[in-house]
Write a protein that binds this ligand. Structure first.
Ligand SMILES: [Zn+2]
Length: 263
């Protein structure tokens, strides 16, 4: 029934429908034009910058940018990425379509090394690379709200705006959290491992990061803790995948990719 509604919305949208394939080969049904996702991401980010406090620490901000830039420099294309550190105690981070990354100061207490921070940022950028928010919006919102969503974020009523923020993965601050599905989390974990390895960060650090995250587990559920996979499942999944990406890591290091990011 859900599919039928999607198909109806797709028919309405006419020509905007794309059957896509995720970076890991999974079939996806995407209704939203990529350019519009980018615009929504940028608008949401601008709003967050307006309403939330940025860290006053230039050193910590530079450190976070160093790690994020190392990750995004491995991507194809000409996308420029904006990276900011938000003054917020919850251990969280996000990446949005349109090249936007946010890290909370609270994450730096949990992600204790550059490689651990790269684990989180690789994961978040993985969600963007795999167009997960487009997929969520296509399934959960475009079907209900039809072509409304094809307008700009700024012009939406508050309920729709809240839904869009949630689908983008930044709804917590706006009263509606929509966790990524287990499928999306697993995909972002795998893409994240690949990205961090290609950037020259040690993929083994991902295990320590998620162990730290499980130990901390306070200050509200961060994006990547608020969904189904138990920490143990997640850590076991990562452990199983690390050998696949070690050659990428070794190649990156041999090619001189040795990010020098220090707090
Ligand atoms: Zn996630």
């Amino acid at each position: 029934m859900k599919l039928k509604r999607v198909l109806t919305a797709a028919a309405l949208a006419g020509g905007l429908v794309a059957c896509a394939t995720s970076p890991l080969g999974r079939q996806q049904f995407l209704l939203m034009p990529a350019g519009q996702m980018d615009e929504m991401g940028a608008t949401a980010y601008a709003q967050m910058k307006e309403e939330q406090t940025l860290s006053s620490s230039q050193g910590d901000t530079a450190y976070v940018r160093c790690v994020a830039n190392a990750i995004t420099s491995t991507l194809d294309g000409s996308q420029q990425w904006e990276v900011n550190l938000f003054q917020d105690d919850s251990a969280n981070a996000f990446a949005l379509p349109g090249g936007k990354i946010g890290v909370n100061t609270g994450l730096l207490k949990v992600a204790k090394t550059p490689d651990q921070l790269a684990t989180v940022l690789g994961h978040e950028v993985g969600h963007v690379q795999a167009q997960h928010s487009n997929e969520r919006m296509s399934l959960e919102y475009a079907t209900q709200n039809g072509l409304q969503l094809l307008g700009s974020l700024a012009g939406q009523d508050s309920a729709t705006k809240q839904g869009i923020m949630a689908a983008l993965g930044v709804g917590t601050q706006y009263g509606l959290t929509l966790p990524f599905s287990r499928k999306h989390e697993a995909e972002a974990d795998i893409i994240g491992l690949q990205l961090m390895a290609q950037a020259g960060f040690d993929p083994n650090a991902s295990v320590a990061l998620w162990q730290n995250m499980a130990a901390a587990n306070g200050g509200g559920p961060p994006e990547f803790m608020s969904t189904h996979p138990s920490n143990e499942t997640r850590i076991n999944g990562l452990r199983a995948r690390i050998p696949d990406v070690m050659p990428l890591y070794q190649q990156a290091r041999a090619a001189g990719r040795k990010p020098q990011c220090q707090r």
